[in-house]
Write a protein that binds this ligand. Structure first.
Ligand SMILES: [Fe+2]
Ligand SMILES: [Fe+2]
Length: 195
């Protein structure tokens, strides 16, 4: 395995979680639906914990959490752009909630991929590094599935509601506790019966 690229993945994962905290702090304020506000408040707490987990991981890999890499800077700039877009849409509550849901989906796409990759690399390592990454992965993996797939469901249903069309709220992904891409597809197919 390319050691430098593994380290890059770990730095980017920390940066993604840090950006995620700021994105959720804003998104919670933009949520109009009470169930969504509660959901995102939980995800905010989980994301704060993911940041702590990544700091622990970097410690085991003997990496400084403040080391800059070009990849980290890009993630930070993208996260800032998402926060700015939520700020810019504040005036209209319906629009602000939709923008927030889309911002969370974008941020969580990267977060989800990071953790999938961490799961892949963990098994190729040995000793403390292997154990630390495997433990971190098993603690975080299901939460990341929910962050991404459930928020995708919220974004779709809130858009439908804003269009004046029938919407399933909370979304089917939430009710069916979706934790995989296949499950998300199934939840989408089942939504018609849930209306
Ligand atoms: Fe996370
Ligand atoms: Fe996440």
């Amino acid at each position: 395995m390319e050691r430098a690229q593994l380290e890059e993945l770990l730095y980017q994962s920390l940066e993604t979680e840090r950006g995620g905290v700021r994105i959720y702090e804003k998104a919670v304020m933009s949520a109009q639906n009470d169930d969504l506000k509660k959901e995102w408040s939980e995800y905010l707490e989980q994301t704060r914990n993911h940041e702590r987990i990544m700091l622990r991981v970097l410690g085991v890999f003997r990496l400084s959490p403040e080391t800059e890499t070009p990849g980290r800077q890009i993630i930070r700039a993208k996260g800032q752009a998402l926060v700015d877009s939520m700020d810019a849409s504040k005036a209209d509550p319906v629009a602000a909630q939709l923008v927030a849901a889309e911002c969370v989906v974008e941020a969580e796409s990267k977060d989800h991929m990071n953790w999938e990759l961490i799961g892949e690399v963990a098994g190729k390592l040995t000793g403390d590094e292997r154990k630390t990454l495997q433990d971190a992965h098993s603690e975080v993996e299901e939460q990341e599935d929910e962050h991404l797939y459930h928020t995708m469901g919220w974004a779709r249903e809130l858009w439908l509601e804003s269009l004046g069309l029938p919407a399933v709220l909370p979304p089917p992904e939430e009710k069916k506790h979706t934790k995989s891409a296949i499950g998300a597809e199934r939840a989408k197919q089942d939504r018609k019966q849930m209306l």
